[in-house]
Design a protein around this ligand. Sequence first.
Ligand code: FES
Length: 273
Amino acid sequence: MSRSNLSLPQQRRFGETSRTDTWWLVSLLVFLGFGAFIVYSTWAAFQGVNYFYGAQGAHYLSPFYSPLVFGQPGEPSMFGAMPAWMPLWVSPALFILWAPGGFRFTCYYYRGAYYKAFWADPVSCAVGEPRSCYRGEASMPLILQNIHRYFLYLALVFIVILAWDAWKGLWFIEGTGDQAREVFGLGVGSLVLIVNVVLLGGYTLGCHSLRHLIGGRLNLFSKHPIQKKSWECVTCLNKRHMVWAWLSLFWVGFTDFYVRMCCNGTWVDWRIF
Ligand code: FES
């Protein structure tokens, strides 16, 4: 058998590749999609208004502001009005958004996607690297991404809170004064809130860290049937983690947008029953 002298690995210049497919397209879409979400969510978080729609007896709270730590009279806030000493630019969203934001920012899928799309390190498979050594996530600052498992615990709490918001979105106040009563109903906003928690649930419950937490430490699945079933469910969601990530990202932004449009009167919430 003949042998050729081939020195491995082959060194390429930054961006150099022999790939002929559109390998850059996915990174471009990630850059545009994730970038648009960051711009919109940052803008929405600093607005401090139009996050709770209570007209027509509805109870729609934007997920960017839930749980509502401080709010206006008539809003479902935990601690009443915003303290007077708080700077005007501080909005209620800033107290909570760091938790779901941190969860998404440290997600294993997003890390792989935005490392390529935002700072091209690595650029893509079989495309020249910007530097000759690869430090991975084993040193500062990227070693901090390991905090993801702790953000997971917070994200699970947020799913419960958003499920409660979706439930409250199914109840409408009818009548006034002493005649006022809560009735079960369904508006388009109710559906928007329900889809939001379903998609965020599918994303969160398919987390790689959760999969490890449930089944990663077991040697014999047959002795832990409940954990085995749970692990299979998480694995099922985990297989489509990227899809859940993008659908939930789009929909959580749309949910805020829907509530915002209803609040400022641009859209009218249609009551189905
Ligand atoms: S790995 Fe994506 S949410 Fe945990």
